[in-house]
Structure formats: C-alpha cells, structure tokens
Design a binder for this molecule. Structure first.
Ligand SMILES: Cc1cc2nc3c(=O)[nH]c(=O)nc-3n(C[C@H](O)[C@H](O)[C@H](O)COP(=O)(O)OP(=O)(O)OC[C@H]3O[C@@H](n4cnc5c(N)ncnc54)[C@H](O)[C@@H]3O)c2cc1C
Length: 400
C-alpha cells in the first residue's frame, strides 16, 4: 500500500491551485455580482484538460484518472464551491453518463464539446415530490411518436439548466412500472417546449443557479434516448455513484478551505494580547479540523484508487460521501467559531463554505440515504447492493 501522491498527482494539484489563484480567486466578487456563471472561465478550465480527466484521448480526454479527478475537484471547490459544482457537471455527471451509456454517435457528438466546456451540461433527475425517492416521485413522461419522443412534466433544482446547452434528463416511458419505467434522454435546451426558471437561493449567491425546468410537448429525436428504454433508473444510480467520488472531494475542498482560512486567521487575530491560535480551545478546533479533513481525504482517495483499478467502489463512495459531508459541516461550524463575528461577513469565504457544505450534505444522496445504504450493506440486507452496476468504461481497458 502506498499513500504517496505521484509526481503527476502533485503537478495536477499545483496546476489546479495556480488556475484557481489566477482565474477564480481574484475575480470572485465580480463573478458573483454578474449574476451568471462565467462561461469563459469554464472554457479555460476545459482547455487545461481538467474536465477530461476520466475520458479517453479519442474523445479529447486527458486520461488522468479518478485520483487526479478527486485532486482537481478538491482544489477547485476550495477556491469556490460553485466552481466545484460546475467542475462536477462538466467533468463527470453529464458527459461521463453519456460516455458510459451512450452510442458512439452520441459520445462523439456531445462528450468532446462538454469536456471542453463548449457545451454547458445539466442533469435532470429531481422532481418536486422528493429527490430522495427520485423514482417514486417522478411524474415527467416521455411517449414515442414516430421518430420522436415527446416529453411533458417538470423538474426542480436542476443546476445550470438556465445556461445549459445539453443535458441528461429522466422521464417515465411507462408510468405503471415504478423505477423500471424510467428512461434517460439526452436533451438539447434550444428546442421548443423547454423552459428553465432559476429558483431564488440567496444563500448560494447569484453565480450558480438551480432551476425549475418545464417540459411542454418537448420533442427530441428517438436517437436521443440514452441507453435502452426503461434503463433510466440504472443510469441515474450509476451516475450518482460516480458523483459520490467528486462530491466528497468537493466537501474535502470546503473543509480544507475552512482549515487554511482558520490557520491564517488564528495567526493574525490578536485578542487579549495573544494570537487566538495560542488559546487551547482554539487549538482543539484546529486539531479536529486537521485530522478529520485528512481522514475524509484519505477515504475519498481510496474510492478514487479503486475506480482507477476498474472497480465500482459503490460501498466506499457511500462511506466517503457520508463522512466528508459530516466533516465539512463540522469544519464550517468550527471555522465560524474561530472567526467570531467577521466569519459571517462577506470579507471572508466562511459563509460560502457553510452554505455549500449544507447543500452538499443532502445533494446527490442525502446523509440519511447514505446511512441507509451503508447500514443495509453492513447488515447484509437483500437489495443492499442494488446500486452495484458494472460500468462500460475503465481507464485501463478503454470503451467496451
Ligand atoms: C442547490 C441544489 C442543486 C441541486 N442540483 C441538482 C441537479 O443539478 N440535478 C438534480 O437532479 N437534482 C439536483 N438537486 C436536488 C438534490 O439532489 C436533492 O435536493 C436531494 O436529492 C434531496 O432531495 P430533496 O431535497 O427533495 O429532499 P427530500 O427527498 O424531500 O428529503 C428531505 C429529508 O428527508 C430525508 N429522507 C427522505 N427519505 C428518507 C428515508 N427513506 N429515510 C430517512 N430519511 C429520509 C432526507 O434525507 C432529507 O433529510 C439540487 C438541490 C439543490 C438544493
């Protein structure tokens, strides 16, 4: 067993950090005030090869693998968690689902442009009836009419739907078949019948918008079906499984951001004649944050390592998603304690970390849902491993 990062891993980390220091951190206020995502920065990120980390060269990927993906996600999310979200969408959720389940034609048409951020992606699963029961609550329908599917219904909390060019979206082709009636589609947002309305979420700022999506007699060619009809639930669960690698990495980025900001502040802030870092109770907070962030990172790296070996790592990803969400939530609370009053002002990024840590606590499978999966698995209950789905692509064996 080797816990050392390779020279390549360290270079990737440095590249992401340099990118964040140059392109993200100095311009955060300007981006936030603009009220929309700075797509030109996403394109620059695409040019570095970041989004292509887990994609084969033949589709424009950089083949850096899952461990480097986790390293990149951590650094970008530390700089700004909204960029962490965009990173996930462009590097994993949308294009990777197409790579894993798409036809050659679909992969060639969408993947290279998504990982270059020439197309902005979205992922449309959640509906208003409850994200934790995505299958049971799904009311959006798709019916085949000649050579087209006609979609009707609505989705909620679909991030970047207002800016997206393409997306993976789920709808029921058979309303009476429960989760087995769900199919997946590659949608193009410039077609009539698609509307996205941003949901006001002041706590997350104005840059990244999550939207209600309305589909009214929205038509898409039959060839835009992703996978087979009624394979949608499997596809959604498989996509979330991969998301549970980058989400913990982004949570580690938030915890690490809280730690670095706190260390700097502890050394600068003098109260009662001493830098506050010299007070024992503050030291406890720094110690807990340091150790817990490190543990969450190691768990995240383990699932990345397993994925790089071609294993599904479903169990390990559920552990790390759950654990990292607890660690990040605690780190934000400890950082607030260290900063005192100024922690809630716009002068420091702590509240941004707080709000995104809260969001990621339930996003892509809430802490409760992770606990259920983990406990079912530990208890050996039947169906516990229902999310174990073999992926088609491994870095070593290329597309099968
Ligand atoms: C800012 C933001 C961005 C998002 N982006 C996207 C996106 O791009 N695409 C997308 O498809 N979705 C997106 N989502 C939706 C997100 O995935 C859901 O919020 C998440 O799945 C939880 O669903 P919910 O909010 O409906 O909570 P609910 O399902 O209503 O759950 C509420 C609470 O009940 C608990 N609960 C539910 N069922 C159980 C159970 N059986 N046992 C124990 N506890 C339970 C949950 O853990 C949670 O604590 C986004 C959400 C937000 C807030």
């Amino acid at each position: 067993m080797n816990f050392d990062l390779s020279d390549e891993n360290l270079q990737v980390k440095e590249m992401a950090r340099n990118f964040a220091e140059k392109e993200i951190l100095p311009h955060v206020k300007e981006y936030e005030q603009a009220g929309k995502f700075p797509k030109e920065i996403l394109r620059k990120m695409g040019e570095t090869g970041m989004f292509g980390a887990c994609f084969p060269e033949q589709y424009g990927g950089s083949e850096l693998g899952f461990l480097n993906l986790a390293i990149l996600a951590e650094e970008i999310s530390k700089a700004h968690p909204a960029f962490g979200y965009a990173f996930n969408m462009q590097a994993m959720t949308c294009p990777f689902t197409i790579l894993n389940w798409g036809t050659e034609e679909q992969i060639e048409k969408y993947v290279p442009r998504l990982i270059q951020a020439d197309f902005i992606g979205m992922f449309g699963l959640t509906e208003s009836g409850g994200g934790s029961d995505a299958a049971g609550s799904m009311k959006t329908t798709a019916r085949l009419e000649g050579d087209e599917y006609v979609l009707n219904g609505s989705k909620t909390f679909i991030t970047f739907a207002n800016e997206a060019d393409v997306g993976v979206l789920f709808a029921k082709t058979d309303l009476n078949a429960g989760h087995k009636g769900i199919s997946a589609f590659i949608i193009e947002t410039d077609r009539p019948g698609f509307e996205a309305k941003p949901i006001p979420i002041t706590s997350l700022g104005n840059m990244m918008r999550s939207c209600e999506v309305f589909l009214e007699d929205y038509r898409i060619p039959k060839k835009n079906l992703l996978g087979k009809e009624e394979e949608g639930f499997k596809i959604a669960m498989n996509a979330l499984d991969y998301g549970r690698l980058t989400v913990p990495a982004r949570l580690v980025g938030i915890a690490q951001g809280c730690l670095e900001e706190s260390i700097q502040y502890c050394n600068e802030r003098v109260v009662g004649g001493n830098p506050i870092g010299e007070y024992q109770m503050i030291k406890h907070l720094i110690a807990d944050m340091t150790v817990e962030t490190d543990a969450a990172r190691l768990q995240t790296y383990r699932s990345a390592y397993l994925k790089d070996k071609g294993e599904t790592a479903t169990r390990e990803s559920a552990y790390s998603k759950y654990f990292a969400s607890e660690v990040a939530a605690k780190a934000t609370r400890m950082a607030l304690e260290i900063f005192g009053g100024v922690g809630i002002t716009d002068e420091y990024p702590i509240m941004k970390y707080v709000n995104y840590a809260n969001m990621l606590h339930f996003g892509e499978g809430s802490a409760n849902i992770q606990r259920i999966l983990i406990a079912d698995d530990a208890l050996g209950y039947k169906n516990a491993n229902r999310h174990h789905i073999k992926r088609k692509f491994t870095l070593s064996s290329d597309i099968q």
